[in-house]
Design a protein around this ligand. Structure first.
Ligand SMILES: [Fe+2]
Length: 457
């Protein structure tokens, strides 16, 4: 082979390799009772061809969109509720050899009835570290026998500045990332400050453009319940007997200045919410002493979430607030009414229940009531920003916290198991152990208050 041929071959190989590593997906967005969106990126513009069926590798329909593109999005509609479907990408009339039998999803249940379901929550993860991989492997091992229904992202999804190449290499990839999970587990994200590294924080919703908003679809129209937000910046949805709200803690207008759009929508959404459980998530924690101290003066977004939004969440009885950003694990008692610095916290005044809530160790559960004079009293705040790498120097000590973990062994994620009136939350550590567990019982009938022994009520 001549030198020229060798050079040409090398160049061709490099270009081909570059194209190959630009492909990612498929991944699943916005599942409803009758629809779901499948997205993927190809290395070159191609047609979007995808097969769908109720049994693996037995296809009832083949969807073909002939316009050639690299960013593909197919929405399956007219599906049956609470039904498992299989799907696969195709080329030239055949399922790609490496795509057979790998993609599936289950549509949402028909009614908001108390079916058991599981949610995986992960924060601050896209770092391409061995620790990130360990957290994913611990989840895959834990989830083997009890399938998870969907996946919440707590922000800082791709480091360091939320570029598409960072999502590709650190989130969509197979070794460090979640390629093995994304094919069957829909995710509902919120953005963090690192995702906003490639998105302007200024201006109205239409100006918020960048990889996070380009790559991910969220419920803007109330497709799965909740009040339509009309924007990708914040949104809500129902699953089973729970309502989920994804807020945006990164916007100057909503959080620092006087734009009340997100606040007004939130109040309207909560007023119209009749689900038994309500879970809210956003990136910056209102209370923390971990790698970010919520008392320091420069934590203005954190303070804004605590002052402007937490009182609303508590007024409407939100049960659990999940955040990332702080690279530790922190989880509060059941509290209400504390909106200042940590030194203003008064346990007698602000703690609704001082149980640790771990019924597997004999603690009393956190008890709340959906009705009556004590309806919806108290909220638990949980920070888990250790999906990719923990903070090296352990810091503890926020007085609202019942359980804290920091330092090299704090790596982990959070599992939510809903079952009727019971919600069990577990801190699944990167080594596979359970670092914290607590139960919230939410009674729908006030009469049960007299029959049950409850914690500090
Ligand atoms: Fe962050």
């Amino acid at each position: 082979m001549s030198k020229k041929s060798i050079l040409f071959f090398l160049l061709f190989s490099i270009v081909s390799f570059s194209y190959c590593i630009n492909a990612f997906g498929p991944y699943l967005q916005c599942p409803t009772r009758t629809s779901i969106r499948v997205l993927w990126k190809t290395d070159l513009p191609t047609e979007s061809i995808i097969a769908l069926g109720k049994e693996p590798n037995k296809w009832d329909s083949i969807y073909t969109f002939s316009s050639k593109k690299m960013y593909h999005k197919v929405e399956f509609v007219g599906l049956e509720p609470n039904t498992k479907y299989y799907y696969a990408q195709m080329e030239n009339g055949k399922v790609l050899p490496n795509k057979q039998g790998e993609g599936y999803f289950t549509t949402l249940p028909l009614e908001a009835k108390p079916i058991p379901f599981r949610v995986w929550c992960l924060g601050d993860f896209g770092k391409a570290t061995e620790q990130q991989r360990a957290v994913r492997l611990s989840f895959e091992a834990y989830n083997k026998d009890n399938p998870t229904n969907f996946w919440i992202w707590l922000g800082d999804n791709a480091y360091n500045t939320g570029k598409e190449i960072e999502y590709q290499e650190k989130v969509f990839s197979s070794f460090y990332g979640y390629d093995s999970i994304m094919k069957f587990l829909p995710f509902m994200p919120c953005p963090g400050n690192h995702d906003y590294g490639s998105v302007s924080r200024w201006g109205g919703p239409k100006k918020h453009k960048g990889p996070y908003f380009k790559l991910f679809d969220v419920y803007q129209k109330g497709e799965a319940g909740g009040v339509a937000s009309g924007t990708e910046l914040y949104y809500s949805y129902n699953y089973g007997n729970a309502h989920f709200i994804s807020l945006n803690s990164e916007v100057w207008a909503y959080n620092i200045f006087g734009n009340t759009a997100m606040k007004d929508w939130l109040i309207n959404d909560l007023k119209n919410n009749h689900q038994l459980f309500t879970i809210v998530y956003f990136h910056r924690p209102p209370y923390s002493k971990g790698s970010h101290d919520s008392d320091t003066f420069w934590e203005i977004f954190t303070k804004a979430m605590r002052k402007r939004f937490v009182p609303i969440l508590e007024e409407y009885g939100v049960d659990l607030v999940l955040c990332g950003h702080t690279h530790v694990y922190e989880r509060s008692f059941l509290i209400k009414g504390h909106y200042g610095h940590s030194n203003t916290f008064d346990a007698k005044k602000h703690i609704i229940s001082s149980s640790f809530g771990n019924t597997s160790k004999g603690d009393l559960p956190y008890v709340k009531f959906a009705n009556g004079k004590n309806a919806n009293k108290g909220t638990i705040y949980l920070n888990c920003g250790v999906g990719g790498r923990p903070y090296d120097t352990p810091r503890f000590g926020h007085p609202i916290m019942a359980v804290e973990a920091a330092g090299s062994t704090s790596l982990g994620s959070v599992i939510l198991d809903f079952n009727g009136e019971k919600l069990v939350t577990k801190y699944l550590k990167g080594d596979g152990s359970i670092g914290d567990e607590f139960t919230i019982i939410k009674y729908t009938k006030t009469g049960q208050q007299k029959k049950k022994k409850v914690a500090n009520l």
